[in-house]
Design a binder for this molecule. Structure first.
Ligand code: SAH
Ligand code: AVI
Length: 321
């Protein structure tokens, strides 16, 4: 999808075809897997918002506290008359903290793949920040090459909170940081939220909440495939599994088939063994040092890291040409 072009347009047919092609490719592969970006339709983004308020899901609370505490210092790193670009903005709850502290910001560009959710958020932002240009972009941020023309002449600062970077494989995270550097430009500052390695039981609880919201978020992927691709997944025949893989420093989320079964997606039939899983998400955890080493490898100089022992917020600067 071309960045900036699709906000008011109906969902283009290529998007549906790309979704179908990725789903069939992932479910006919061994082991079965699905890309986590497809969690986020309107229902998935709303479920993620509920996750952020769960008592077990510490990352959002930690990051909100760190941003609130350090917002003036963060804002002081940004250039005058700049545009703030957020990758994977969701409800923009964290951007609001930065935008309130940033006297010289002129435009906010939330980029998200979840178009309906982004549209609703943009309307609220326009009401709450009437002096700012709000320029939402519906796009896959891993494929973005440019920013909207309206901010072409402005200096940019980047914002990538939520530890969304943890949902990439480490080599993809490095490639994303490089791409973001190209989009934001030489000398720009990027603020990134990164979840930290910690005791496995804290991580386990964060992805296995007592209320079952994370399970609903995971299962919504199958519900979305039913809704949009006319599949016949029986949601009651799949279970949410999440566990910490200590060797790879990541939480893994899977959907496990409770029995031997066949599922139809259009013309394609997919067979499941009892206990077979679909790997739906990784959420990598870093140390401050391991994240900074990766950022350096992608051309970013670490300026500062703020942590509360659970979560980290990093300020990075792109090298000058
Ligand atoms: N920044 C918010 C939301 C994080 S959830 C916060 O910190 O709370 C991750 C967000 O990234 C979701 O809103 C999701 O829709 C978006 N997202 C995930 N993969 C994406 C992709 N490939 N391209 C664009 N947005 C993506
Ligand atoms: C968006 N992302 C960083 C979340 C995470 O923690 O990996 C998504 C999530 N998955 C389950 N709970 C939250």
């Amino acid at each position: 999808m071309t960045p900036g072009s699709a906000l008011r347009a109906p969902r283009p047919i290529e998007t549906v075809n790309e979704f179908a092609a990725d789903v069939i490719a992932g479910l006919t592969a061994k082991p079965k897997h699905l890309p986590p970006k497809y969690f986020y339709d309107l229902a998935g983004s709303s479920l993620f918002d509920r996750i952020t308020d769960l008592p077990e899901y510490y990352p959002t609370r930690s990051e909100l506290d760190l941003l609130t505490k350090h917002a003036p210092e963060i804002a002081s790193l940004f250039p005058p008359a700049y545009a703030l670009v957020e990758f994977g903005s969701g409800s923009s709850r964290k951007a609001r903290i930065v935008l309130r502290a940033a006297a010289s910001v002129e435009a906010y560009v939330p980029v998200d793949i979840s178009g309906d959710f982004l549209r609703e958020d943009a309307a609220r932002l326009r009401r709450d920040f009437p002096h700012l240009s709000i320029i939402p972009v519906v796009a896959d941020f891993t494929a973005m090459t440019e920013l909207p023309a309206e901010i072409a002449a402005k200096p940019r600062a980047g914002f990538f909170p939520g530890s969304t970077i943890g949902n990439f494989e480490p080599h993809e995270a490095c490639a994303f940081l490089r791409r973001a550097g190209g989009i934001l430009g030489a000398g720009s500052v990027l603020i990134v939220g990164v979840d930290l390695e910690k005791a496995p039981d804290i991580l386990y609880r964060a992805y296995n909440d007592a209320e079952g919201v994370t399970a609903k978020f995971n299962l919504n992927l199958l519900a979305r495939i039913n809704r949009e691709l006319g599949a016949n997944f029986d949601l009651a025949a799949f279970e949410h599994h999440a566990f910490y893989n200590a060797e790879r420093y990541r939480i893994e989320m899977h959907l496990a088939s409770t029995k031997r079964q066949k599922v139809r997606i259009g013309e394609t039939s997919i067979e499941f063994r009892a206990g077979e899983t679909i790997h739906t998400e990784n959420s990598y955890k870093y140390s401050v040092d391991s994240f900074q080493a990766m950022a350096r490898g992608a051309g970013w100089a670490p300026l500062k890291a703020w942590t509360d022992g659970l979560f980290s917020v990093h300020a990075l600067r792109m090298a000058q040409d």
